[in-house]
Design a binder for this molecule. Structure first.
Ligand SMILES: [Zn+2]
Length: 409
């Protein structure tokens, strides 16, 4: 973890489990829908129990004090597109692998995540979905949390219903035409935990699949797609509301053939994921995206793979190998293969590009939570929400992290 431990004082009892009450005294809390200064927040049973000016908030007896002088508290980051971390991949789907991933990303401030699959044979995907779903169902409620780790909110199916022409590093042999029957198989294996699916809408059968997914409450993202503007528009009209790592693995924008990118950029109902690692998207292209869509519909993602939080070397993404050099992940053919980005770094990169701090925080917290329909519980600091918190220095370095009431220093 980064940040200076000398910056604040914390009593050791606040490193306990979610049963311990904590009073957090902060110079600034960015909720982020509201801003509090010279304030205190209390955490009880893993949730935020009060927030306000120091004179107004009742401190529970026996609460551990955490003093964040000169620091800003924001909600923990919510990552809707992440494949792995700490040397492990979500497709492994074992409790050990998922424990490692969730505890690794938490060290970088990601307190909830959507486990993202990659294209694989149907039976392999189903086996992974079963494992991840079992893990999700076994997660303890906030009040009983005893592990410092991100919560897995659900599953993002990235593939197999994508375009060969824009597959990136997804293995071509497992790419499949959109099939409602196969999708239903995935839903069943995932026991109701699928939250998002990436689809190439130009492939025959995609519109039926979009209807089927939206009627199940699954967010449909356009991604790994060679769709024209008209094909992407038809998908949005059918219910697609999200763009998956916008610019990457998409038909490029052209002024006479503006494609899927223009469809995403010109519809305010559609959210746009962005990998702000300085490698996947050139800064001016990111500025075009933000200038067109504004700050309310752009969502920072990591697209992080198993190499996240690890040294350079060879790692796996789903069933294939990836080389990581200077933190950049590539396939044997040299294509970008996810990232090793963490959302704390994405936040600093966005601010570095001129995005106001408050808006950059929203892009990594409340906006992804809203897209998933969990904005009262995650990505927000409000009474009743899970106590998922990140404490930042004025340089936006991590100074403390809490996941459902566990941790802080
Ligand atoms: Zn992808």
């Amino acid at each position: 973890m980064q940040g200076s431990p000398l910056f604040f004082a914390v009593s050791s009892s606040s490193m306990g489990d979610a049963m311990t009450a904590t009073a957090i005294y902060a110079s600034r809390i960015l909720a982020p829908q509201e801003e509090y200064t010279d304030c205190v927040m209390t955490v009880e049973d893993g949730r935020i129990s009060a927030i306000g000016h120091r004179d107004e908030v009742h401190i529970p007896p026996g609460a551990a004090d955490y003093v964040a002088s000169g620091l800003t508290v924001i909600p923990g980051f919510v990552d809707v597109h992440i494949h792995g971390a700490g040397g492990r991949d979500v497709m492994e789907a074992t409790p050990e692998a998922l424990d490692k991933i969730t505890s690794t990303v938490a060290r970088f401030g990601t307190t909830s995540m959507v486990a993202t699959t990659v294209t694989a044979p149907v039976d392999v995907t189903c086996k992974s979905l079963e494992g991840i779903a079992k893990y999700i169902r076994a997660q303890k409620p906030a009040a009983e949390r005893d592990r410092f780790a991100a919560e897995i909110l659900g599953i993002h199916l990235e593939g197999p219903f994508i375009a060969h022409a824009r597959r990136g590093v997804h293995p071509p042999e497992s790419i499949a035409a959109p099939s409602v029957a196969v999708f239903k198989q995935f839903l069943e294996a995932a026991d109701g935990t699928v939250k998002m699916i990436t689809i190439a809408p130009e492939i025959p059968g995609a519109i039926d699949l979009i209807h089927a997914a939206t009627s199940e409450g699954v967010v449909v993202g356009l991604g790994h797609t060679d769709a024209t503007f008209e094909q992407a528009r038809a998908a949005i009209d059918a219910g697609a509301r999200h763009g998956v790592h916008v610019y990457n693995a998409m038909r490029p924008f052209n002024h006479r053939d503006p494609g899927v990118i223009a469809a995403i950029l010109t519809d305010s109902e559609v959210t746009a994921e962005i990998i702000a690692d300085g490698v996947h998207v050139a800064a001016p292209a990111l500025q075009v995206l933000l200038g067109t869509k504004g700050f309310d519909t752009v969502i920072a993602i990591s697209d992080g793979i198993s190499a996240t939080g690890m040294p350079d070397g060879k790692y796996r993404l789903g069933e294939f190998e990836v080389n990581v050099s200077k933190g950049v992940a590539r396939s044997a053919e040299g294509n970008l293969a996810g990232s090793t980005l963490t959302l704390d770094r994405a936040l600093r990169n966005l601010v570095g590009l001129g995005v106001p701090f408050v808006d950059a925080v929203r892009m990594a917290t409340i906006l992804p939570a809203r897209r998933l329909g969990v904005a009262g519980k995650k990505g927000i600091i409000v009474v009743g929400a899970d106590a998922d918190l990140v404490v930042l220095t004025p340089e936006m370095k991590l100074a403390g992290i809490m996941t459902c009431g566990v941790g802080l220093s």
